[in-house]
Ligand binder design. Structure first.
Ligand code: ADE
Ligand code: ZN
Length: 343
């Protein structure tokens, strides 16, 4: 067994209570089948499943697009502000149980506005739950609006226009959905406008797409963080650049497994990333679809790659250093991790 742990059970216990932040979580991807059925009934929406086992059986994906087709269909049950509140509150309670102290949540407004749901309904429900979690259990959060990259840049611009009245509640913008064929360059102007508005910038890159998309995310979008980044490992010069820049990467092991980005967990590149000096973090992406929340991701990858106590502490530290929290707040969380690591 690796340093500091007598057994895999010991390591698991360490992970479970390790203070951590989650930086890559699509709130619509936390819609559990039970809530999907409840909301379908509440809103009179037909869904193509008769029971929860059927839903889970449908979650067998061979690539990103397979998943996205089901993900957009699933979010169709979300109609009212209360639905968005319930969805977000359920995720925050679940994250709290995993010793998550801070979350940076993605939402996909275009997945809702194109169904006729008002932007205001979406953001009001989500932010009310974020405020309640902060008031009731001290969970802090940031909110990141993602543009759907399979849609046009003009549609992203229109979405940014809709967000303008809510900029006091939005911390950043991101880029998600079908990666191949939709490079970051397609969105250069809307990201420049978001940056000029003072928003943080993140983008999914190198999940299925080539290293060239990661270069575009860096050079054209001027990202503060990269989501996934697995395929950068194909390009040593890119790895060196990301390491030298201290660029935070939000890595999602169970997502990578379920979407066939890796063949099995033993082949996951997380340990290679850490050993290359990359600032990797562990996240759940779409936990209801991929089989686990953040601790399940830490546990799966720690077992498969035999991660050490030092690796785990580094991952938890990276989740705060890479967050959009203020430096003084980051320092408090880092001190808590260091104290925990010494126990
Ligand atoms: N939207 C939700 N999850 C996603 C993922 N893993 N990649 C791209 N878009 C997404
Ligand atoms: Zn994602």
């Amino acid at each position: 067994m690796h340093d500091g742990f007598a057994s895999a059970e010991d390591r698991a216990a360490f992970i479970v209570a390790l203070p951590k932040a989650e930086l890559h979580l699509h709130i619509e991807g936390s819609l559990e089948p039970e809530l999907m059925f409840e909301l379908a009934q509440r809103n009179g929406v037909a869904i193509p499943f008769t029971n929860i086992d059927e839903v889970r059986a449908a979650y067998a994906f061979s690539n990103l697009q397979d998943f996205l087709d089901i993900y957009y269909q699933g979010m169709g049950v979300l109609h009212t502000e209360q639905d968005f509140y319930d969805l977000t509150a359920a995720y925050l309670a679940r994250a709290r149980a995993d010793a998550v102290r801070h979350v940076e949540i993605f939402f996909d407004p275009q997945g809702h506005t194109e169904r006729g749901i008002a932007f205001e309904t979406v953001i009001t429900g989500i932010t009310r739950a974020l405020d309640d979690a902060n008031a009731h259990f001290g969970m802090t959060s940031k909110l990141i609006l993602c543009f759907l990259r399979h849609l046009s840049e003009a549609e992203a611009e229109a979405t940014l226009d809709e967000a303008l009245p809510y900029l006091d509640r939005i911390d950043g913008v991101g880029l998600d959905s079908s990666e191949n064929g939709h490079p970051p360059a397609k969105f250069e102007r809307v990201f420049a406008r978001a940056r000029a508005l003072g928003l943080k910038i993140v983008a999914h890159a190198g999940e299925e797409g080539p290293p060239a998309y990661v270069y575009e995310a860096l050079d054209l979008l001027k990202v503060d963080r990269i989501d996934h980044d697995n395929r950068s490992l194909e390009d040593p010069a890119l790895v060196a650049r990301l390491a030298a820049a201290g660029m935070t990467l939000t890595v999602c092991p169970l997502s990578n497994l379920k979407l066939c980005v890796v063949a099995d967990m033993a082949a996951h590149p997380l340990k290679i990333m850490l050993d290359a000096g990359l600032v990797a973090t562990v996240n759940s992406d779409d936990p209801s679809y991929f089989g686990g929340y953040v601790n399940a991701n830490y546990l799966a990858v720690a077992d498969a790659l035999d991660l050490s106590r030092a690796d785990l502490v580094t991952l938890a530290r990276n989740s705060f250093t890479g967050s959009f929290l203020e430096d003084t707040v980051k320092a408090k969380h880092l001190a808590a991790i260091d104290a925990y690591g010494r126990t």
